[in-house]
Design a protein around this ligand. Structure first.
Ligand SMILES: [Zn+2]
Length: 98
C-alpha cells in the first residue's frame, strides 16, 4: 500500500486521521465527564424553599418571611418576593407547586 510517495502520504494521513479520532474521542469522553460533574453541581445548587430560608414560590429568589407577602395553599405557606408574584401564585397555585 505504501509503495510510492503518494501512497505513503495517504498512509500518513490515515494514521494522522486515526490519531485525531482517538484524541477527539478522548476529548468527548472528558467533556462528557465534565458535563456530568457540572450537572451534578447544578443539581447540588438547586435551591429548596425551607421554613428557615423560604424562597419566592414564583421566581425562587430569597424572601424575608417576616416581611414578604405570603399565601396559604394546601396547608402550606408560600412566600413571595413581591405582591405581583403573590397575585400570580394566587391566580393559579398549581402551576407553581410541584
Ligand atoms: Zn418572586
Amino acid at each position: 500500500m505504501c509503495g510510492d510517495e503518494n501512497d505513503s502520504r495517504r498512509c500518513l494521513l490515515a494514521v494522522h486521521f486515526d490519531y485525531i479520532k482517538s484524541v477527539h474521542s478522548n476529548i468527548c469522553t472528558s467533556k462528557k465527564r465534565w458535563m456530568d460533574a457540572d450537572s451534578n453541581q447544578a443539581y447540588a445548587k438547586t435551591r429548596v424553599s425551607t421554613n428557615q430560608h423560604p424562597l419566592c414560590a414564583v421566581c425562587e429568589m430569597d424572601v424575608d418571611p417576616a416581611r414578604s407577602p405570603k399565601s396559604e395553599y394546601q396547608h402550606h405557606t408560600f412566600y413571595f418576593c413581591m405582591d405581583a408574584h403573590k397575585k400570580l401564585f394566587d391566580a393559579g397555585p398549581a402551576r407553581f407547586v410541584t
